[in-house]
Design a protein around this ligand. Structure first.
Ligand code: SAH
Length: 202
C-alpha cells in the first residue's frame, strides 16, 4: 500500500511511516479484510465509507502535523484517518453525526489503545467550540461550502483542509494568517460522501 502511495506522488516520509504503522484492516469490516491494503474506499455501514488510502495520505500531508498538534476532525467514520493523525503525534478531537458509527468507532479506538483520540457525537458544521482553538482542522466529507466556525476555531497560523463542492469536490487548504485574514489554496478534485446537517440515530 505504501509503495502504491509513493508511486502516486506521496513523498512525505513521516506520513508514509504512519500509514505503514497503522493496520488498516482493523478499521474495515471482516468481509473486506483481504483487500484492506488496496488503494480503494470500502463501505463501513450507515451508507458511509472509509476513505481511500491515497486520500488519507493526501489530506494528512496538507495538514503538516507537528508532534502535539491539536487537531479537529469532522467525519470520524471508521477512525482510520484519526488513527493516522494520532500515529503522527497529534491529539485528535473527532466528530461524527451518525450515532452508530460514533459508538462503534469510539469502542474500536479505545480497544486499540488510541488514547489521544477523543470522539464526539454531533453535527460537525459548528466545529467543537469547547475544545477550540485547534492547530489543524480536517473535514473528511464533501462540504457544499466552508463552514465559518471551522475557520474561526483555528489558531493564527493554523490550517484547515476541506473538500468543497457538490458531486465533485475541490480540496482546499486554508491557512489562518491573522485574526481576520485567511489564505486559500485550491488543489485537486476528489469524491467524498456528503457532509450532512444534523445528527442521525438510524
Ligand atoms: N475519516 C473517515 C472518513 C469517513 S466518511 C475515515 O477515515 O474512515 C465521512 C464521515 O463523515 C461519515 O462517517 C459521515 O457520517 C460523516 N459526516 C458527514 N457529515 C458530517 C457532519 N456534519 N458532522 C460530522 N460528521 C459528518
Amino acid at each position: 500500500m505504501v509503495d502504491a502511495l509513493r508511486r502516486r506522488g506521496i513523498a512525505d516520509e513521516a506520513v508514509l511511516a504512519a500509514m505503514a504503522a497503522v493496520p488498516r484492516h482493523f478499521f474495515l469490516d471482516n468481509a473486506f479484510e483481504e483487500h484492506a491494503y488496496e488503494d480503494k474506499p470500502f463501505p463501513i455501514g450507515c451508507e458511509q465509507t472509509i476513505s481511500q488510502p491515497f486520500t488519507v495520505a493526501y489530506q494528512t500531508v496538507l495538514l503538516d502535523i507537528k508532534n502535539g498538534d491539536r487537531v479537529l476532525e469532522i467525519g470520524t467514520g471508521s477512525g482510520y484517518q484519526a488513527a493516522i493523525l494520532a500515529a503522527l503525534g497529534a491529539k485528535i478531537f473527532t466528530v461524527e453525526r451518525q450515532e452508530q458509527l460514533y459508538f462503534n468507532t469510539k469502542k474500536l479506538l479505545d480497544e486499540l489503545g488510541f488514547k489521544t483520540v477523543k470522539c464526539f457525537f454531533r453535527d460537525g458544521s459548528k466545529g467543537l467550540a469547547e475544545k477550540a482553538p485547534f492547530d489543524k482542522v480536517i473535514v473528511t466529507a464533501g462540504a457544499p461550502v466552508v463552514p465559518e466556525p471551522l475557520k474561526e476555531q483555528l489558531v493564527v497560523g493554523g490550517i484547515l483542509v476541506i473538500p468543497v463542492g457538490e458531486s465533485v469536490q475541490k480540496m482546499l487548504k486554508i491557512k489562518r494568517l491573522s485574526v481576520s485574514e485567511f489564505q486559500e489554496e485550491r488543489l485537486d478534485d476528489f469524491r467524498f460522501v456528503p457532509f450532512l446537517k444534523g445528527v442521525s440515530r438510524k
